[in-house]
Design a protein around this ligand. Structure first.
Ligand code: 3ON
Ligand code: FE
Length: 489
């Protein structure tokens, strides 16, 4: 960390904190319009719909949400059709969203520190959670699902974005059962997802859904210790979870003083456990669960994983420890001092299954988040990785650019929206007739502080540096968002 601080001083800042903060203003309105403010041209072959999810409300009637991860889910939909683009956004009408809208005040505590007004006395022994459906949105089996990792998905009308209710996949999921926000679609055609039920022993459930969104396999495992597992990796034969060393002391949460996630502390002297669970169809299923160890750290997101011979490669964005935007402090996240926290960086883990050894190497030193790849290469060998990154090659800073890495040749390309643009998650959309792994487009949502509006950027994935193919300017801003997906249907 001290190295990061020193490096930062040599480089001019590419952003101001005020600009970044403005991207966390609530968006209360719901819009529905054809985008007419366009620079460049939308490619005719780009047909389909991009969905994005993220916190739309950062306050309830002026009462501040403590952390963006606690904000109510709002879906944005961009339909690309015959060279035109249509925008629509709607809040997921969760029970909690509707109740708080009616009451005009915060009624629920949030996992990341949002408290009901009235101090600890108003929060003590309140263990209710509000399913905020704010983390990801996927279209699968003709259903549009808004996901939040600690509860059930919400199903929406894929066209109007009207909320239909909680989704149980025809009893595949039971009431109150979680369904994580990071499903992976296996190129063979199954959607694989997991659920974490924390406890002294943590229960990990793995679901596989067919193309009709029927749960065709479900397996449960109990593992030792506390887990905060946000994402996972699939390969042809395994589901892989990184259990970073953490401890959880729920007392301050029970006493009404802080949120549950603020009671999680990194345990830097303990190893990370890498848990390999054979997928149900796999010939490895009889050999059972394998656990390997590597050094401490904290991972939210994995880029991809694949098997070669007796090895498994996993590429992940790894932090020194759990410290993303100071979730463990009581300070307002808008005051985040990026220079004081260690950035996430891209690492490659090589798991040797025969020797039961793990080697980790840093692939890229730049602060990054939100990896994306070609969908046909999920869980398979791959060459190209795209992710949101800081504008500067060193130090921690908000995400302002997109980096493409050629993992085979080690070459890189970057497109930056700095100084006043802030980059969301890139989505890779394959060209319908493309042959190469990087034939397609990168579509991202950029918050532009200059106009306090957002734009959609379309880049050529094959050549990020040739400039934008198109910029589609929205009439308003979208608060810094989380994840999304693309569907051609
Ligand atoms: O693990 C236990 C069980 C569990 C499911 C404990 C627990 C209470 C923490 C928990 C709940 C976890 C939840 C609700 C996690 C929600 C996470 C969330 C909404 C978002 C995570 C986003 C991650 C990243 C890296 C986002 C980065 C964003 C930017 C850099 C830019 O804006
Ligand atoms: Fe995520």
């Amino acid at each position: 960390q001290s190295i990061d601080l020193r490096n930062q001083q040599n480089l001019e800042k590419s952003y101001t904190r005020e600009d970044w903060q403005q991207g966390y203003e609530s968006l209360k309105e719901e819009y529905d319009y054809w985008i007419d403010d366009i620079e460049g041209e939308i490619p005719k072959e780009l047909e389909g719909t991009v969905f994005r999810n993220g916190p739309g409300l950062l306050d309830i009637n002026g009462q501040r949400i403590h952390h963006p991860f606690d904000g109510d889910g709002m879906i944005s939909q961009i339909i690309f059709s015959e060279g035109r683009a249509h925008f629509r956004n709607r809040f997921v009408q969760t029970e909690g969203y509707l109740a708080e809208k009616k009451a005009g005040r915060i009624l629920y505590r949030g996992v990341f520190g949002t408290q009901k007004p009235g101090g600890w006395l108003a929060n003590i022994l309140d263990f209710k959670t509000k399913n905020i459906a704010n983390t990801n949105v996927i279209y699968w089996g003709k259903k549009l699902l808004a996901l939040w990792e600690a509860a059930e998905p919400y199903s929406l009308n894929p066209y109007t974005l009207e909320t239909l209710g909680k989704e149980y996949f025809n009893h595949g999921l039971s009431s109150g059962e979680a369904f994580s926000a990071h499903p992976r679609v296996d190129p063979q055609g199954k959607l694989v997802n997991f659920a974490i039920e924390p406890g002294i022993k943590t229960k990990i459930t793995i679901f596989e859904l067919n193309q009709d969104a029927e749960v065709v396999s479900k397996q449960n495992h109990r593992i030792d210790g506390f887990c905060f597992i946000h994402d996972f990796v699939i390969t042809e034969n395994y589901c892989i979870f990184f259990q970073n060393p953490l401890s959880f002391n729920p007392i301050p949460f029970a006493l009404g003083k802080v949120g549950a996630a603020q009671c999680i502390k990194p345990e830097k002297n303990l190893p990370t456990k890498i848990i390999l669970i054979p997928r149900q169809h796999s010939p490895m299923v009889c050999s059972g669960v394998k656990v390997l160890e590597t050094t401490a750290g904290f991972i939210f997101h994995h880029a991809n994983g694949f098997e070669i011979d007796n090895k498994i490669i996993v590429d992940s964005i790894c932090y020194d420890s759990l410290a993303l935007t100071d979730i463990d402090s009581n300070q307002d996240y808008r005051q985040t001092n990026f220079d004081a926290i260690a950035p996430g960086k891209l690492w490659r883990f090589e798991l040797d299954l025969l020797q039961e050894k793990v080697t980790a190497k840093l692939i890229n030193d730049r602060a990054c988040e939100f990896p994306a790849i070609h969908p046909d290469h999920v869980g398979r060998p791959y060459r190209y990785l795209y992710m949101s990154v800081a504008h500067n090659p060193r130090g921690n800073a908000p995400l302002q650019a997109i980096l493409k890495i050629d993992l085979e040749l080690g070459k890189q390309q970057i497109w930056s929206a700095a100084p006043r643009g802030f980059m969301g998650e890139p989505i890779f959309i394959p060209h319908p007739h493309g042959q190469q792994e990087d034939a397609g487009w990168i579509v991202g949502l950029v918050y532009n502080a200059e106009y306090h509006r957002s734009y959609i950027v379309i880049l050529d994935a094959n050549d990020l540096e040739k400039g934008t193919i198109a910029k589609l300017h929205l009439k308003h801003h979208i608060p810094h968002a989380l994840h999304g997906s693309f569907t051609r249907d």
